[in-house]
Ligand binder design. Structure first.
Ligand code: F6P
Length: 546
């Protein structure tokens, strides 16, 4: 069954939320509420396994939360969750189920229509295990009999961002293999990646769900030609493997049948790192850690599926986004992990969240009259503090921010970790508390400033406070906790999409640019003056051709 199409703005909860917002909700001051109700921090938190999620620094009261839960109930979120996990065709515009959760469910048999897909999932997983183990232990040899030392993943979007983020995030757990990524069709990017590689010891994984993506196919061709400059044609089978749903196109490319890792249409590209797309992850960190990543995600799936809405992490996070996006008019959300290992989390989630929820037509095919997808951005703390935190603290925009931190670091080094985490805690405190006039005044006075100077400087040194943050404190960055964290955001964006009554699992918005790109490429290849585009595009192309 498809998801029900319920316009959220027609629900009683939405109207009540609007009224609640108008009649005081917009002025909710989390700092004051924290002072007047010390129980708030205990009540507005969710403790789950090694996660501690504190959302008490948000502009919400218990009433706000009740109304948001009422909204989730009125749009039948629980029914939608059930359909998501049961393999219903919830990606209706593409006629597909959304079953990436099945990829990490080793406990049950999952059905896609009548078909039990778990056997195939386990078969592919076993193939990943055998292959990644052979590459790591040196029993997979290159064509001259040497073991593999480098793996290069060629893919883009979901066939790149997820594996790349995870490989970077789990660097601490890595094997001896050097795993790299080529994504952009920028030839310089390709050559920079290849320039110090030894053909005899390098393995290329070509990853493309469709195997029609221009960037990936061009890069794969270039890399293949580079490889064959100094290797015989039959060496390809020892150095090229592919991951795709399009088995025919892969074999036409010249990849041996046994070197193809299949994936299925019910896995969206941006949710595919759990599938054979994660082959480079298994190579980089070993199968054991890849499996732990899947386990962590599965545990979050269970939590999301079974936990009542009030205590359900992805649900609460998703509802907070709705509150800020649709009532306060906040346009973006920042994600600040306090670990350098997660430096690629924001770019990864930009695709996950913005490609999913950047939609303006609802599930009835009507133009929405409310805001949908948020803009996602972020960088690791503390670097972020020295780059854009000024705007979060004192700018004019409301930017709800997730702070993600870990109780222990991986190398120990407590001295550094205490410094890192002191910033983590202090920033959310500063964003909540702000700094009032009296405090600024006495600080300036203590610096022996004259009364005139104090008066002049005072407005610039004030901090409003009441800037919303959610703290996600996790015990340690492990493959398992990373799996749970990623799944948490996957489910959060699902919640938002259900409430906004949009289709989160298609991505038609990327097609037009691709189509026009093909046409422009023909013009560039023809090399003749163009006149059939708009005036600006004609001028630019002609200048390029000149
Ligand atoms: O894996 P493929 O088919 O090469 O697609 C790559 C990416 O391109 C997109 O379709 C968007 O351009 C993504 O959704 C997808 O992850």
């Amino acid at each position: 069954m498809p998801l029900k199409a319920i316009n959220p703005t027609t629900t009683n909860a939405w109207k009540n939320l609007q009224q609640h917002f108008d009649q005081g909700g917009k002025d909710i001051n989390a700092k004051e509420l924290m002072q007047s109700d010390p129980a708030r921090a205990k009540e507005m938190k969710i403790r789950w396994k090694d996660f501690y999620v504190d959302y008490s620094k948000n502009r919400v009261t218990h009433e706000t939360l009740e109304l948001l839960i009422q909204l989730a109930n009125e749009v039948e979120l629980s029914d939608a969750i059930e359909k998501y996990f049961s393999g219903d065709l919830i990606n209706q515009t593409e006629g597909r189920a959304v079953l990436h959760t099945a990829l990490r469910n080793n406990a049950e048999d999952i059905f896609h229509g009548e078909k039990n897909i778990s056997a195939d999932i386990r078969k592919t997983l076993a193939k990943i295990k055998v292959f990644s183990t052979a590459v790591n232990d040196g029993s997979w040899k290159g064509h001259t009999g040497k073991a593999i030392t480098h793996v290069v993943n060629i893919g883009i979007g979901g066939s790149d961002l997820g594996p790349q983020m995870v490989v970077d995030a789990l660097k601490y757990y890595k094997t001896d293999l050097d795993v790299r990524f080529i994504s952009n069709v920028d030839g310089d990017h390709v050559m920079e990646t290849l320039k110090d590689l030894d053909r005899e010891t390098t393995l290329f994984t070509i990853v493309s769900k469709t195997f029609t993506t221009q960037e990936t196919l061009s890069n794969a061709q270039t890399v293949r030609s580079w490889f064959l400059e100094d290797a015989p044609t039959d060496a390809v089978e020892k150095h090229f493997v592919a991951v795709s749903t399009n088995l025919e196109a892969v074999s036409n490319f010249g990849i041996a049948q046994e070197n193809i890792f299949p994936m299925e249409n019910w896995v969206g590209g941006r949710f595919s790192l759990w599938s054979a797309v994660g082959l480079s992850i298994a190579c980089a960190v070993g199968f054991k850690h890849f499996n732990a990543l899947l386990e962590g995600a599965h545990e979050m799936d269970q939590h999301f599926k079974d936990q009542p809405l009030e205590g359900n992490i992805p649900v609460v996070l998703g509802l907070l986004t709705i509150w800020y996006n649709n009532f306060f008019g906040a346009e973006s959300e920042a994600l600040i992990p306090y670990t350098q290992y997660l430096q690629k989390l924001a770019p990864y989630l930009q695709q996950g969240i913005m490609e999913s929820n950047g939609k303006s037509v609802d599930r009835n095919g009507d133009k929405v009259k409310y805001q949908t997808g948020t803009i996602i951005w972020g960088e690791p703390g503390t670097n972020a503090q020295h780059a854009f935190f000024q705007l979060i603290h004192q700018g004019t925009k409301l930017i709800p921010t997730d702070f993600i931190g870990f109780k222990t670091s991986l190398y120990g080094n407590k001295d550094h970790h205490d410094k890192l985490m002191s910033n983590f805690f202090a920033q959310t405190e500063a964003l909540l508390q702000g700094k009032e006039e009296a405090e600024v005044h006495s600080e300036l006075k203590a610096q022996d400033k004259s009364p005139e100077e104090i008066e002049r400087l005072l407005p610039f040194k004030l901090f409003e406070g009441n800037k919303p943050t959610t703290t996600i404190l996790i015990d340690q960055l492990t493959p398992k906790s990373l799996g749970s964290l990623i799944a948490m955001y996957e489910h959060k964006l699902f919640v938002q999409g259900v409430i906004w009554n949009i289709y989160s699992y298609d991505q038609w918005g990327v097609e037009l640019g691709k189509q026009l790109g093909k046409a422009v490429l023909k013009d560039l290849e023809a090399g003749k003056e163009v006149i059939h585009h708009d005036a600006s595009t004609n001028t630019l192309i002609n200048r390029y051709l000149d």
